[in-house]
Design a protein around this ligand. Structure first.
Ligand code: PHB
Length: 387
């Protein structure tokens, strides 16, 4: 017969064992990022954002120590990305998959995470269609249609009538081109030329010359964040497009915070629409920018914020599930989740698992000698207009 005292001891021992088991079992978060190669700055910003979340919120959640496992997809390499996701699931036995700077890599992951039922947080990849490819995916970054529609409307409302478009020739670029055309022409604007530039090693010189010769009132740009924006803006300056009165409009990627200083004064006056600027004027963002800059010695861009918020989702799901990750329940928790992000409040649309957020109209200006995207108008609660 078990005495009451012995039973109590037994219960205590079992509880300790359970707690001990939890403490020993790390919460594994597998990140697929393009760490090396031409898109390395995207990976660096996302990873910094994730690590900053851990630094500011502790490395343990619901008794589980968070272990971040970063894998390098080395560029737009869907086959590699797919294999890395498979390895993270079968060998590392991760609880979550996160990351994806580039659309082709995120698309390659969709069937794998669906089959294995692993909650997956997209931290950048922004072609509209991605999240519809797996019920286990949610996105905290943006979609190209979401951030393009506002600039199309702004241009039309601000007496810009004739636009030439230039986009990177892959998923997000095609989304940007289609969305710009749709909303700009619906508002009375005219597309007088369009060009798609290769994702790999683009030489912008001939395209920029062609745009100058066509004499549009503005050129609309979508290029993936990082080096391409610097290369394009160099041609834009050298070939004298600004001097010819051709305005630069686009999504915020071409003048994002990580490259703005490298572009220099050629960026002054560019009008773009986007969901995040390091200059976003709120206490939460000022604290974020300071903590990030102190930790990593560079300025945070929109990708860092998605890495940070993506980890906030991982932590919240883990807390709500008391440390035991179940994919179906995780996705139910993510649907409708709100996060107080450095960019402002965001919500994961329960119907689409895509991010709903304010989008800002910004102009590149100098503040205290440094270039920033200064927000001057806001469109509230923008959903992806395509899905
Ligand atoms: C993408 O590949 O989806 C992508 C990459 C860089 C950006 C935006 C989208 O700035």
């Amino acid at each position: 017969m078990v005495t009451l005292a012995r039973a109590a001891v037994l219960v205590a021992a079992l509880a300790a064992a359970a707690a001990g088991a939890d403490a020993e079992e790390p919460l594994k978060v597998g990140a697929v990022l393009e760490v090396s190669g031409p898109f390395a700055s995207i990976a660096r910003q996302i990873e910094n954002g994730m690590r900053l979340y851990l630094m500011r919120n502790g490395e343990t959640v619901s008794g589980r120590k968070v272990e971040l496992i970063v894998k390098d997809a080395t560029g737009a390499q869907p086959e590699i990305a797919k294999r890395l996701v498979q390895e993270l699931i079968t060998r590392d036995k991760v609880d979550f998959i996160v990351g994806f700077g580039l659309t082709p890599n995120a698309l390659a992951a969709a069937p794998v995470v669906t089959e294995a039922k692993i909650p997956t947080i997209i931290m950048n990849a922004a072609a509209s269609v991605i999240v519809s490819k797996s019920p286990y995916m949610a996105r905290v970054s943006m979609t190209l249609p979401q951030v393009t529609m506002p600039i199309a409307q702004w241009a039309a409302n601000n007496n810009i009538r004739r636009v030439y478009t230039l986009v990177a020739d892959y998923g997000p670029g095609l989304d940007a081109e289609a969305t710009f055309k749709k909303y700009f022409t619906a508002a009375g604007g005219q597309i007088i030329g369009e060009v798609r530039t290769p994702l790999k090693n683009p030489d912008f010189a001939p395209f920029v010359q062609r745009i100058k010769d066509a004499q549009p009132e503005a050129v609309f740009i979508f290029l993936p964040a990082g080096e391409q924006g610097i290369a394009f803006m160099k041609e834009y300056r050298q070939r004298g497009l600004a001097d010819a009165g051709i305005r630069l409009i686009g999504t915020g990627d071409v003048v994002e915070d990580d490259i703005l200083e490298a572009i220099g004064d050629a960026a002054l006056g560019a009008i773009t629409t986007h969901h995040y600027s390091a200059a976003h004027d709120s206490p939460r963002n000022r604290e974020y920018v300071k903590a990030y800059t102190d930790a990593f010695k560079i300025r945070p861009n929109f990708m860092s914020v998605a890495g940070y918020d993506g980890m906030a989702v991982v932590y919240e799901v883990t807390r709500r599930l008391n440390g035991r990750i179940d994919a179906e329940r995780a996705m139910e928790i993510i649907k409708g989740m709100r996060i107080d992000s450095p960019r402002g409040s965001i919500m994961i649309d329960p119907a689409t698992r895509d991010v709903v957020q304010d989008v800002y109209v910004r102009r590149v200006e100098k503040r205290d000698g440094a270039l920033y995207n200064i927000e001057f108008d806001r469109i509230s609660n923008v959903k992806d207009p395509e899905h």
